[in-house]
Structure formats: C-alpha cells, structure tokens
Design a protein around this ligand. Structure first.
Ligand code: PRX
Length: 709
C-alpha cells in the first residue's frame, strides 16, 4: 500500500516564520529571565552554516510532497550493487485494519552499509583521513595492543580482518552476533565487520548484568560473542569477560548453542587484568585478525536486517528492535549530515559521548559519521572522571567542533560550577547537541552560555531506538528563528508528527495560535524506522500501532502556539533514568523474586541530575514483615543490579504496610503511586479514587512515606 503524502504541518511552517514575541538575548549575562530566554542562532554559527532556513523548509516540503523522489536521491549518495526499483521506492502500511503493519524501502536494491562507510570513503580518497581517535578512561592512557587512532584505510583493514575471522568461525549472512565491549574504536569496527559479512549484530551495553546479557544472547539466538577482557570505568576495573563468559554458559544452558564461541579484545594489561585461560572455541582478537582473505563484502537486500537492539518496554522482556540495511543506512547518513550542519569539513571533529550499547552510539558513532567521512572521538570513560573538566579538556586537545551528549551529563557537570569549563578554551566548538531525555531550560542555557560561550547553538534532538534517527530537532539554519530552551521544536525531513487526544484517540488538529497536549505519534513512514520486534511481529504491532494509521511513540508532547514540539516524557511504564530506558516490569520481577517481597511497583520521580529516579513501593510477605529497613533495601538493590543492571537499581524503597492501591479489577493505580512518590506526606489532588478496591491503602501509604529507605 502506498501512503499518500501529507500537507506541510504547522511545525514546518513555523520553521520559516520566527515569532516576533521571542526575544533576542544580549550576549551580556545576566540576561533575560528564563521564561523569556529564546536566543537566536549565534551569529558566528550562522556565518558558517551550510544550511539556510529556506533550504531547510524546501527540503522538508520535498520530503513530504514526494517522499519517493526525496529519499531516492538521498540513496543515490551510496553504492548500490544492485539498483533499487525507482518506481517502487517504498511501500508501507500503518493500519492494522488494512493488514499486517509493514514498511519496505528501496525494494530490489542490494547494498552493504559497511562498504559504504569504509571502502567507498577510501575509494573516494579519504583513506588517510582520521576516522577514529580513541580517548581512554584515564587521561594520557594508551591501550597495550590497540592503536590510539585509525585512519579510514586502517579502519577498513581491521574490519576486513575481523570479518574474515568471524567467517572462519562459521558466522555467515543472517547469523546473529552479540557484542559486549567498552566504547573503543574496535566496538564500531566489530559492528562494521558483522555488517560486512551480513551478520546481524546485537550490541549489549557493557553495564548490563550477566543475566541481561544471557537473555539477549538467547533471545537473538546469537552464534558468536565478541567481548573485551575488561574496562576501566572511573576508578574501577569492570570484568567484562567474566560477565560475558558466565552469560555465554547461561545462554547455552537455555538452549542456545553459540557455536562460533567468542572473540575477546585484550584491552587491559596483565597488571589490571591477569590474562584469563580461554576455552577451545574462545580466541583473542589480536590472534585472529591476521588476514583479509575471505573478507569479501556480502551484498544485502535493502530489507535484510542490519541489527537488533534491545530496548525496555512497559511489560515483559526487553524488545529486540530490528533495523533494516538500506533504509537505516540512508536515514543515518542523511540525519548526521543535515541535523548537525554537516560536521565533515576538513577540520571538523565530531564527539558523541553515547555508548554503542544504545541507539545513539549506533547512529551517531558507528554509522552516521562514517557514512559521511567524518573524524570522531570514541570516548571510553565517563564525563566526571577524573574530574568535571574532562570533557572540556578533550574538546581542547582534539579541537572538537561538534559535541553531542545527554542532559544527565550536562546537569551533573553543571553542579560542579563554571570553573572546570571556563578554565578551558573550547574555542573549536561550533555546535552542541543533546539527546536522551527532556533537557530542562536551566541546563540548556548553561550548555549554550557557559559551555558554548553563547557562540554555539544547542540542538535538542528527540528520537528513539525505534525511529533509528533523530525525528524532531531545531533547525541549524541561518534565519530559522530563535531556539526555545527545552523544546525539540521542529520535525526533520520525512517526519510528520501529530498529537492524539489521550482520552479519545482522536488527532488534535494543528492550528497556529493554539496550544495542544497529547500522545506524540508519527504519521508518515520513514526509511530508518524499525521493521519489527525480533521474533515477535505481533508485539511490534500491539506496542506501536494500536491507533490505526499512526506510529505511537510512547511519549507525551505539547505543541505550542507556534507549532513547536516539547517532549514531556513517557506516558507508559518506562522510566528514563540518566537517559537509559528502564522497563518497570523488568525491575519489579527482579524484586518480587526475593523471598521477602510479596509485591512491588516501581515509578519514576523527578531527580535533579538523572532526570528521573526509580522509586519502589514494596509490600513484604507476612513472614518478612519485620525486615523492612535499610538492610533489606540494600539486598534488593543488589538484586536489581544483578538481574538487570546497575543503573536499574531503585534509589528509594517505600515499605507499603498492607498492599498497593488497586482497582477492583486488580490493576495497580500507578498514577497515585507517582504522586505519593513525588510529593510525599503533603500529597494532594489525588484525583478520582472511587474505583479503588480499598481506598484506605492510600492513606496508609501516605502515612508510611517517612519510613522509606
Ligand atoms: O522518552 C523519550 C526519550 O528517550 C526515549 C527513547 O529512548 P531510547 O530508545 O533509549 O533512545 C534514546 C536516544 C534517542 C524517548 O521515547 N528522549 C530521547 N530524546 C529525547 C527524549 N525526551 C525528550 N527530549 C529528547 N531530546
């Protein structure tokens, strides 16, 4: 089914129509009060921006009027071994009432994303250009066996060698490979090596526990694991291989043979990590990357899966989000080039602090920058180590021009004051990006004025694992109008957002001058959208397409009178903690597995640095009633860490004396729990509680708030 193009939405009109009431901020601080603070694009940035507001608006309009033509010409930037059918660039169905949900792009085309990231760049003369610059956990640290930089030619060579080594271990097109590594260039190289031979990678963030890794290996049916021995994170050494080895054994116990065994990157030296004994089917990376023989490119159909990335949902186990080769490639390349005003000039240096364990690292470290021939930093450490000046020193040392990080990092660094920032130059910076959660206006302003010296615009970019690339972000175009702190603002090419009334499901018409609030949905198919949940298309349809004709994001949003979008946060049972999506159901089941716990419910509460923190309501079994307190809280935290991940451990435990507030049909009223968690004993305005089976429980919960651990 072909989807009809849509008319230019309000937000796009707003792009070319800056509103007169927005004030221009003088460069002298203190400046306008926060609520009036809406700075324009800084002049220094405007002077060098490649985009113009007219150009951006035209591109946006073209992407809606003629999606096929628009995306076909984007696809033409890449090598296609077999051309795609230009008379059928895409087909899609967003209506369950009309049949299975589907999106197909670049039908009949065959390509390879790794070839387009590396071989194509080398052939175009970029072989000697720096591709990756490693920045380790400790300043000045080097790796015993890995180089500190890779040119495009060197990255290609290493990718080919690893691809050949994977093939020698029996990995072939369509097989899944699980990656469990720190943020080193070799992680991106491992992703590219998989893509080169048509293997589907599934990267698991190095902060996950053995059980989380094992369940992902088993769910994906991985045939091989690529891990690292360990990594220094801040002052600690994390035993990644110890976790991976146990996870491998556990996945095998669950019936997944992992016939290709494991390849392990020797990242640390003997002093930090004594060399472990490896089994027969386990090998050191440096011992297997010996030859490029057998590294021929596997040409992939555009719709062949490129990767699976697990993300938490409101219920059940994490979902394996599947992205397809051709559409993801075209989307990632386009997004990186256009949203950030093409950080690919000869002296541009891109620095995205995200880990490849998340979608941001996939699109804006492994793929987007390479598809565009950019030079980038790959940072293994954390922004706070050894102190709050680390990021800014990296910026100065490598002359970083474009920095992309998360609000949680910005807020944490802001707490250390301006000195660690202002004692560095940061003169190379041109643009600052933000991703992962709503950025509060105070942090936005600090980022722009203190970090960016008011010379660099802030791009607050909204998107998701499922969207593959940025969907809503302010335009970095000369003349596009002021940026609003805290607003992601305008849709990018190909994106048609809308708001649905949460109560009725009806679309709220977009009218200039009228504000609206609702469920954020996307109406038009885009090339890099997720295709399915691995092995469970029904779950994909149920989760994302419950409203006929719309992709449901799971986020709430406000559209202001100018037509600009402000993301207000999740509307489901997912809590975003420090930019990590946490499915409350997953953590609850970890807590309930403890013999003392009868029932548990988790909610998110506002947190100054993390954005949201996890707050657990726990009812104990009769036998364990006397155990409520700090000791048990500690045990339960450890359990959440072990079963899910350290970042999924609740901050607070509220011991619910007699139970949790439930409706007569047995559903926990989380709305009430969220309010009590956030407001404590002074909570008011709990709304309608008439459907509760036992309203007395609410008073007990309020009274017991003070006893939380
Ligand atoms: O709630 C939104 C929030 O992060 C969710 C997506 O998380 P994930 O799939 O892990 O991808 C994170 C990186 C793209 C969204 O549903 N989110 C992401 N970016 C923003 C955001 N919320 C507000 N503003 C943002 N810029």
């Amino acid at each position: 089914m072909r989807v009809t193009p849509f008319v230019l939405p309000l937000a796009a009109q707003a792009l070319v129509a800056p509103r007169p009431h927005m004030k221009r901020l003088s460069s002298q601080r203190p400046a306008a009060a926060l609520e009036d603070y809406c700075p324009p694009l800084p002049e220094a940035f405007e002077a060098q921006a490649a985009l113009t507001a007219d150009g951006a608006a035209e591109a946006y309009k073209a992407s809606l009027d003629d999606p096929s033509g628009f995306w076909a010409s984007e696809a033409d930037r890449y090598h296609w071994q077999t051309p795609f059918d230009r008379s059928n660039v895409y087909s899609a169905n967003f209506k369950r009432s009309a049949g299975p949900i589907a999106a197909r792009w670049f039908e009949d085309g065959a390509t390879n994303i790794a070839y387009n990231c590396l071989d194509r760049q080398v052939e175009a003369g970029l072989g000697d250009k720096l591709c990756f610059i490693a920045e380790r956990n400790d300043e000045g640290e080097t790796s015993p066996l890995q180089p500190e930089t890779y040119t495009y030619a060197e990255a290609l060579e290493e990718t080919k060698k690893l691809a050949a080594a994977l093939r020698a271990r029996g990995v072939k097109k369509g097989d899944r490979v699980a990656l469990f590594m720190p943020m080193v260039p070799e992680l991106a190289i491992a992703m590219l090596a998989c893509a080169r031979i048509g293997a589907v990678h599934t990267v698991v963030f190095g902060g996950f526990s053995r059980d989380s890794l094992a369940s992902r290996i088993a769910s994906a049916g991985a045939t091989c694991v690529i891990a690292a021995d360990g990594v220094r994170r801040g002052g600690k050494v994390i035993d990644l291989w110890g976790i991976a080895k146990d996870a491998l054994a556990s996945a095998r116990d669950q019936g997944t043979p992992v016939a290709g065994g494991a390849v392990i990157l020797r990242r640390l030296d003997d002093a930090a990590y004594p060399e472990p004994q490896l089994a027969a089917d386990e090998a050191w990376w440096h011992n297997v990357v010996t030859s490029t023989d057998g590294s021929d490119v596997e040409w992939m159909a555009a719709e062949d899966p490129l990767f699976i990335l697990y993300t938490s949902g409101s219920t059940g186990a994490p979902k394996g989000i599947v992205h397809a080769t051709g559409g993801y490639m075209v989307g990632a390349g386009h997004s990186f080039r256009t949203v950030f005003d093409a950080p690919v000039r000869a002296d541009d240096v891109w620095f995205c602090t995200a880990d490849c364990g998340w979608i941001t690292g996939h699109t804006y470290v492994a793929y987007g920058p390479l598809l565009n021939g950019a030079t980038q930093i790959v940072f293994e450490g954390v922004p706070s180590w050894p102190d709050a000046g680390r990021l800014w020193r990296i910026v100065d040392q490598h002359k970083v021009t474009h920095l992309y990080t998360a609000p949680t990092a910005i807020r944490a660094l802001m707490r250390s004051g301006d000195d660690p920032v202002t004692s560095t130059s940061r003169a190379s910076l041109k643009l600052l990006g933000s991703v992962g959660e709503p950025i509060n206006p105070e942090a936005w302003r600090w980022y722009r004025e203190v970090v960016g010296d008011d010379r660099c615009p802030v791009a607050d970019t909204w998107w998701q694992t499922e969207t593959g690339v940025i969907q809503i972000a302010p335009t970095m175009a000369s003349g596009a109008g002021p940026h609003k702190p805290g607003a992601a603002m305008t849709p990018v090419a190909g994106c048609v957002p809308a708001l649905l009334d949460a109560a009725t499901g009806a679309e709220i018409p977009a009218v200039i001058g009228e504000e609206a609030k609702g469920l954020l949905v996307l109406k038009q198919p885009w090339p890099s959208m997720a295709r399915t949940c691995w092995g469970d298309h029904e779950r994909f349809e149920n989760t994302y397409f419950s409203y006929d004709g719309y992709y449901l994001t799971g986020d709430g949003a406000r559209r202001d009178a100018d037509g600009h979008y402000w993301i207000t946060g999740r509307v489901d049972d997912v809590v975003v903690v420090s930019g990590h999506n946490i499915g409350t159901a997953e953590v609850e089941s970890a807590l309930v597995a403890h013999p003392a716990v009868a029932e548990a419910a988790l909610v998110g509460v506002p947190h100054d640095v993390k954005g949201s923190a996890l707050y657990a309501f726990v009812t104990l079994t009769q036998d364990a009633e006397g155990q409520a307190g700090d000791e048990l809280a500690k045990e339960l935290k450890l359990r959440a860490r072990a079963d899910v991940a350290a970042f999924a451990s609740p901050d607070t435990f509220h011991w619910a004396p007699t139970g949790l507030p439930k409706t007569r049909s047995g559903k926990i009223m989380r709305r009430i729990l969220r309010k009590i968690a956030a407001e404590g004993a002074d909570v008011s305005g709990l709304g309608d509680t008439s459907t509760l089976a036992d309203p007395g429980i609410v008073d007990e919960l309020i009274a017991s708030h003070a006893g939380a651990s």
